[in-house]
Design a protein around this ligand. Structure first.
Ligand code: PEP
Ligand code: MN
Length: 353
């Protein structure tokens, strides 16, 4: 893909490229206070949400166009660059008429090709950096499709933002990182810079530092972090925002490993293995839960646990399928027998109850 550097004059070429600022522009004072404090810590690019996509109506939906002159002040008085999320052609036009420097497409928008195309059409003939967040659902092609639509409009300063993927499993993360997806994006479009958004992945401020470090270890190019001077009072995403001082501490404690190509690749590959093992474990746990349901059914209908014919069929089918997928028959038999043993153990527990 033909791309140009996203670096703006005065922004260092070293990793990480950092964008920071509040989730939302709330008031002129809040914007100026955050921008001043971030600037004092060397941050050059200020983010703020002006139009906020809310899951339900009635939440804080952003100040709207009224906030754009505040961002203009951040630019003219503090000399910072500004970045704003756009979701419609109108947002694009309003940002352009208020000299916003960088536009980004949010996760809910990048999941919708109609919306992305509308934005792309509004960008035709304009030269501005556009960053594209991954869609909320873990669909790499949809993410690449959004990037291509913007690229087809003639935009050449493009970066991808990894902000994690929506999931019903919210034990640790607000949005699952599924690192293998941005890694695969990087493999498919090697010259595309990737920026990590630890705030929306983590959803909690304690997770910002470790996620930033992981992104750096995976050789991501930049970070976009939500930062607010009074995080607990923020009108949106309060739990995940950090003060500019905390952000500065996090950035200063990051270890930026200057990896040689080979160890860098190894880290990336190991991360993929970790993710895949995770998926395997989740699948196995799901399979066991289904086994338990079958156990309950068998108990209610007075059926024996072991159904020889079914078991024989499973082994034969799977071994053949595994063979077609390039796996050894003996290997897959060992795996299936072990899985079956564990299933039977779960069903025995059900019978005992
Ligand atoms: C945001 O950056 O504040 C935002 C709304 O993010 P996302 O599109 O990733 O949910
Ligand atoms: Mn937010």
């Amino acid at each position: 893909m033909e791309l140009e550097s996203i670096l703006l004059p005065g922004v260092d070429a070293k990793r990480p490229f950092v964008i920071a600022g509040p989730c939302s522009a709330e008031t002129e004072e809040q914007v100026m206070e955050a921008a001043r404090s971030l600037k004092s810590h060397g941050i050059k690019i200020f983010r703020a949400g002006v139009w906020k996509p809310r899951t339900k109506p009635g939440g804080f939906e952003g100040v709207g166009v009224e906030a754009l002159p505040w961002l203009k002040r951040v630019k003219t008085e503090l000399g910072m660059y500004t970045a704003v999320e756009v979701a419609t052609a109108k947002h694009v036009r309003e940002c352009l008429s208020h000299d916003v420097d960088i536009l980004w497409v949010g996760a809910r928008t990048s999941a919708n090709p109609f919306a992305v195309q509308e934005i792309a059409d509004a960008l035709e003939g304009i030269d501005i950096p556009v960053f594209i967040k991954n869609p909320v659902n873990p669909d790499l092609d949809l993410w690449i499709g959004a990037i291509e639509r913007i690229h087809n409009a003639g935009i050449r300063r493009i970066a991808a933002i990894h902000r994690g993927f929506s999931s019903s499993d919210k034990k640790i993360y607000r949005n699952l990182p599924l690192w293998h997806i941005p890694i695969e994006l990087k493999r498919q479009i090697p010259n595309l810079p990737i920026i990590c958004d630890p705030s929306h992945i983590g959803g909690r401020r304690e997770l910002i530092a470790p996620i930033c470090q992981q992104a750096m270890d995976l050789n991501f190019d930049g970070l976009i972090v939500e930062s607010h001077c009074h995080p607990d009072k923020a009108w949106s995403d309060a739990a995940q925002q950090v003060t500019p001082d905390v952000l500065d501490f996090i950035l200063n404690t990051l270890v930026i490993r200057d990896m040689t190509q080979s160890t860098e690749n190894l880290t990336v590959l190991r991360r993929q293995i970790d993710d895949l093992d995770n998926s395997l474990l989740e699948l196995l746990a799901r399979r066991m839960r289904v086994s338990v349901e079958i156990g309950v059914y068998k108990k209610e209908h007075n059926m024996p646990i072991l159904q020889e014919q079914r078991y024989g069929e499973i082994i034969a089918n799977r071994v053949e399928q595994a063979g077609r997928m390039g796996m050894d028959a003996e290997f897959i038999k060992t795996v299936l027998v072990a899985i079956h043993e564990e299933s039977v153990r779960h069903q025995m527990e059900v019978m005992k109850k």
